[in-house]
Design a protein around this ligand. Structure first.
Ligand code: 5GP
Ligand code: MG
Ligand code: MG
Length: 181
């Protein structure tokens, strides 16, 4: 285990079996819909890469980057588009792929934006859900694990751009982020 990690919450194996389960559900729901899977960069990239390989139907992939955090561990509520989609979304069945839903502010903003572009439908799949911190009515359509109120990293998720490459998801030691702020 990495020195900066206090505790592993989900092992590589636990993540992969959850991703397979989610992929099977999504396959059933999206047969013949050719969904546009939208990865919210950068955190959801490893999850998307694994998830699409467990979805057995035609689908397309696109990427969007938004910022809501800066370098802090708390959502600012201000969402800015850093990179928009390449694909027109009108009349598409859109599946937004997220790493974790915390306050829900980022996704709220994204879904409003997509609905304003006349999509056929929007659904959200998140690997992790932290409902105790929700300040919006956001509810994912598919969710992997419900996490306690702790700052987690790994499997795409970062602190100051580090730890995205850890194959597991763990709780970051408090000393790592309280020293630096
Ligand atoms: P929200 O807008 O729902 O508060 O937060 C959305 C984004 O903040 C997530 O998609 C994720 O990128 C980041 N985030 C929220 N909670 C955590 C966490 O515990 N760890 C990490 N590394 N990122 C988080
Ligand atoms: Mg994210
Ligand atoms: Mg981040």
């Amino acid at each position: 285990m990495h020195d900066d990690i206090q505790e592993i919450l989900y092992s590589e194996e636990a993540i992969q079996s959850k991703v397979k389960e989610l992929g099977e559900k999504i396959t059933r729901d999206y047969k013949d819909k050719n969904p546009l899977c939208i990865c919210v960069l950068k955190g959801a990239a490893p999850f998307m890469a694994d998830l699409v390989r467990q979805i057995d139907t035609y689908l397309e992939m696109d990427f969007m980057a938004v910022s809501s955090y800066g370098a802090s561990t708390e959502s600012s509520g201000v969402v800015r588009i850093i990179k928009d989609l390449d694909t027109p979304v009108e009349n598409r069945h859109v599946l937004v792929i997220e790493d974790i839903i915390d306050s829900g502010l980022t996704l709220n903003y994204l879904l409003d934006l997509l609905q304003g572009r006349n999509v056929a439908s929007t659904k959200v799949v998140t690997l992790l859900d932290k409902p105790s911190r929700r300040t919006t009515g956001m509810k994912p359509d598919y969710s992997g694990f419900e996490v306690p109120d702790a700052f987690v990293v790994g499997y795409g998720m970062d602190y100051m751009e580090k730890y995205r490459n850890l194959p597991y998801i763990g709780v970051l030691k408090k000393a790592i982020y309280t020293d630096q702020v």
